[in-house]
Design a protein around this ligand. Sequence first.
Ligand SMILES: [Ca+2]
Ligand SMILES: [Ca+2]
Ligand SMILES: [Ca+2]
Ligand SMILES: [Ca+2]
Length: 505
Amino acid sequence: MSYASMGVDFADLDRDGHLDFITVEMLSLDHSWHLRQSSPTQPLSRIPGRHETREEMARNCLYQNRGDGTYAELGFFAGVAASDWSWTPVFLDVDLDGYEDLLVSNGHLHDVNSRDVSEANARLKAQQPNAQANLGDYPPLNSPKRAFRNKGQMRFEEVSDAWAFNSRAIAHGMALIDFDHDGDMDVVMNAVNSAPLIYRNDSTAPRVAVRLKGKTPNTQGIGARIRVLGGAVPVQEQEILAGGYYLSGSEPMRSFAVGSSPKDLTIEVRWRSGAKSVLTNVVPGQAYEIDETFASTGSPQIAQTPTPVSWFEPLTSSLAVSHLQTPHNDFAAQPLLPRKLSQLGPGVCAWDFNDDGHDDLAVAGGAGQPVTVRLNDGRGGFAPVRGELPALPDDGTCIAAWTEADGTPALVVGVANHRVRDDARSAAQSWKFSQGSPVPALASQRRYPGLFRAGRCPGRWLSRTFRWGCIQDDSLSRTRVFSSVSAHGYPVSARRGTERFVEDG
Ligand SMILES: [Ca+2]
Ligand SMILES: [Ca+2]
Ligand SMILES: [Ca+2]
Ligand SMILES: [Ca+2]
C-alpha cells in the first residue's frame, strides 16, 4: 500500500470486467530528485496476514483485480510506480483506444522530503541549538504533470511530453469536462499561485458520449454504470461519480471509444435503482442523453462474493510449525532498499529423511529459531523428528536436501547475515540424518556436492546467502542449468544422485 495514498482512482484497465485501482504517492520519476528525496517515516513492522500493518511503500501502487476478491500489486510492472509528489490520479481514455490511460496532478510548494535541506538544518541545529528550521528553506517542487498511456495487459508508457501534458505548475485538483463539446473529456487543474491549467483533448478517434438524466433526486445518475458494447473493445464500462478526486468533481458525462469498425454498437445503463436502459443501433460521433424514466424496472444489484472452491484440506495444525519473526529495521542499514528483506519467510523443502518412502518436510526458521523437520506418516500426519536442531543465529533463508552416495540424507540451510553482521560466521549449516534423526555435519564431513551462494544486495550490507543456485553436473547432462532458489524457499528440484552444487569462494 502507498504510504501516504494521496489519491485513488478506479477503472477496468485490462477490460476483464473487474475494477482495478491505483493509489499515488510521492516517488519521483526524475533520477536526481529520486536520490535526494526520502520520507523520514520509520517503517512499520509487518505482521503477515494483518492488513493494518501491511508494508507501506513510498511509491504508487497499482492493483489488478484478480476477480476472486484478491488483488495483485503491479506498480513497477505496469510502469506507473512514480509520478512525483502526486495528488490526483485520473483514469481517462485520452486517445480513445478503449483502454483508460492515467493522468496525475503533482507538485508542492516546498519539497519537504529533500534530505539535503533536512541535513543542512540538522547541521545548523547542532551548531546553533536555538536555530529554527524554516519551511522556506525547502525549494519548490515543480515537477511536470504526468501522463501514462495504457498499452494493454497492465503495461503503461510515460507520455507526458508526447501528449504535452507536462506543465510544471503546482497542481492538486483535477477534473474532466467536455469544454468544446466534441464528445471527449478535456482536463482542468488548479495551479497554485497562477492561472488554472486547461488541456483540450485533441484525439480524433471515433467516440460516443453519454449523459444521464436520472429520476429525482439523483438527477445526474450518480452511481449508474454505463456499458458500451461493440466499440473499440468488446465491452467498456464506466461509472458516473460525484466528486471523488482531490477537492474536485467532474462533469457527469462519460466518453467511450467506438473504434474504426463498430459492430452492433449498444449502450446499456444499470441505474442505482436497479432499472436498466438499453440503447441499440448507436451512431458514432453522437452524444446521447439517456432518461431513467424510460428504463425497465429492476432490483438493485447486490454484489455476489464468489464462493471459493476448496481443492485442498488444510493440514497446518498437524504440522505444528510456527515461524518466529523478530522485528528488524532493514532500512536503518540500507535506506535504498525498495522493501524489507528480513520478512520474506523461511525456505521449505520436502525430502525423505528417514527413507520410509514418504517425503518429509523441513522448514528453515527465523533468527533464534531452529530448523523444523516433520516426518510424514503417509496418512496426513506429521511427527517431530527425534533429536534437536540448534537455533539459527540469523534468519534461515534457503533450504535444500539430498541423499548422499552412501544413502544418508543430508540437509543444508542458508543463514542470512543482516541482523548482526558476522562475516566470520558460516553462511550455511548442515546436518546428516541417521535413522531419521539429525546429526550435525562436521566441517570435515561436509561433502556438499558443491554449494553456490550469493548475496542479495550489492556491497556488504546484506551480503551472503540470500540466493542459491544449482548447477547440474556437466558429465551427466552436458549442459549447465542454473536454477535460482529464492529466499521464499522454492526447493531445489533435482533427481536423486544427479544434483551437483558449486560453492563460491
Ligand atoms: Ca480489470
Ligand atoms: Ca487509451
Ligand atoms: Ca472535448
Ligand atoms: Ca519419510
